[in-house]
Design a protein around this ligand. Structure first.
Ligand code: NDP
Ligand code: GDR
Length: 322
């Protein structure tokens, strides 16, 4: 197998960890990044000398064609998306364009240039949404509850269609929530760990949250990018559910984060209606048995370890900025 990879969404949380992982595996790494007026490359600054950035946008077919020709990759990891669920209700059309059609544009660019390129699609547990099964596997019925989830479901089926219609090695990873110190500040885990650190340092006095009862199967991004890579190393393309098989509430996340700084979360958290969603996903829990069996993949970092690591990194960053 060749070792040139193109990552869309390289400036995001997963893109940065995947770039590190592929560099360790001796890949030549290319990344597609949007042009922005201020830098969006904080997460990849430390590897910037070892990767090639190609500017482009998932809404612009020409730029994707050019990225594929320039990188001439063996593997494409398609991670670029508008990934913040609440924002997808505010921008449903852009979400469909970037997250849904952006995937088709990338598949088309590959099909026309070299259909032997292996393709990874960043699918999500949000496609299960209101799931009928307590644990969600590849056989669970989809019922997305946001424009984001609906757009990802479209991208999921386009990936399968290109596999079947054009005989391409196109694979869906259906990943459950995964977090890290590099998680965007609006996502609930990072919002909580950062607030716990700021409150401990007297930089903030309360934390406003929405639904504390929501349950998610939260793993660590560092573990999950390894599953993405493994999916493209199999003999045949397939679709895989990746998660820990355990879930926790937002409330538990707050308890652990505040405990890490020696505080009681209940003294600082207030409920704000603004953070409730028009249509919520109440509970998600993965059945990752196929990934465990076929990819020999196992998550290594526990939920509690991860939340504590995130709090410590937020504390260190806040202290070094003083
Ligand atoms: P992030 O939001 O951190 O990263 C998203 C990336 O997409 C960023 O690099 C962003 O660029 C890029 N992007 C957004 N719009 C465009 C565009 N129009 N053209 C080109 N690039 C664009 O997400 P994560 O790293 O957390 O997730 C990676 C992928 O996995 C996403 O597709 C997400 O939906 C999916 N996913 C994530 C899960 C998670 O829990 N993290 C779980 C399941 C799926 P910029 O930096 O310029 O904004
Ligand atoms: P999610 O992640 O929607 O699961 O999507 P997020 O961290 O935003 O929300 C998780 C749960 O926490 C509840 N919640 C809050 N969420 C946010 N952001 N802010 C709050 O103040 C708050 N209070 C409670 C939410 O209602 C929700 O139930 C993430 C993204 O990375 C997607 O791109 C990815 O596909 C899925 O994970 C799997």
């Amino acid at each position: 197998m060749g070792n040139r990879a193109l990552i869309t969404g390289i400036t995001g949380q997963d893109g940065s960890y995947l770039a590190e992982h592929l560099l360790n595996e001796n890949y030549e790494v290319y990344g597609l990044a949007r042009w922005t007026s201020t830098s969006n490359e904080d997460r990849i600054e430390h590897v910037s000398d070892n990767i090639h950035i190609i500017t482009g946008d998932l809404t612009d077919q020409t730029s994707l064609d050019r990225a594929i020709e320039t990188a001439d990759p063996d593997e494409v990891y398609h991670l670029g998306a508008l990934s913040f669920v609440p924002e997808s209700f505010t921008q449903p059309i852009t979400t469909a364009d970037v997250t849904g059609l952006g995937t088709t544009r990338m598949l088309e660019a590959i099909r026309r240039y070299n259909p032997d390129i292996r393709f990874y699609q960043a699918g999500t547990s949000e496609m299960f949404g209101n799931a009928p099964d307590e644990r969600q596997s590849i056989d669970t019925r989809f019922y997305p509850r946001s424009p984001y989830g609906v757009s990802k479901l479209y991208a999921y089926w386009m990936t399968i269609n290109y596999r079947e219609a054009h005989d391409m090695y196109a694979t869906n990873g259906i990943l459950f929530n995964h977090e890290s110190p590099r998680r965007g500040k609006q996502f609930v885990t990072r919002k909580i760990t950062r607030a716990a650190a700021r409150i401990a340092l007297d930089k903030q006095d309360e934390l406003r949250l929405g639904n504390l009862d929501a349950k998610r199967d939260w793993g660590h991004a560092r573990d999950y990018v390894k599953a993405m890579h493994l999916m493209l190393q199999q003999d045949d393309p397939d679709d895989y559910v990746v998660g820990t098989g355990e879930h926790h509430t937002v409330r538990e996340c707050a308890r652990i984060a505040f405990d890490e700084v020696g505080l009681d979360w209940q003294e600082f958290v207030t409920i704000d209606e603004k953070y409730f969603r028009a249509t919520e996903v109440d509970a998600l829990k993965a059945d990752p048995s196929r990934a465990k069996q076929k990819l020999k993949w196992e998550p290594k970092i526990s939920f509690e370890e991860m939340i504590r690591e995130m709090v410590q990194k937020d504390l260190a960053d806040l202290q070094s900025n003083e």
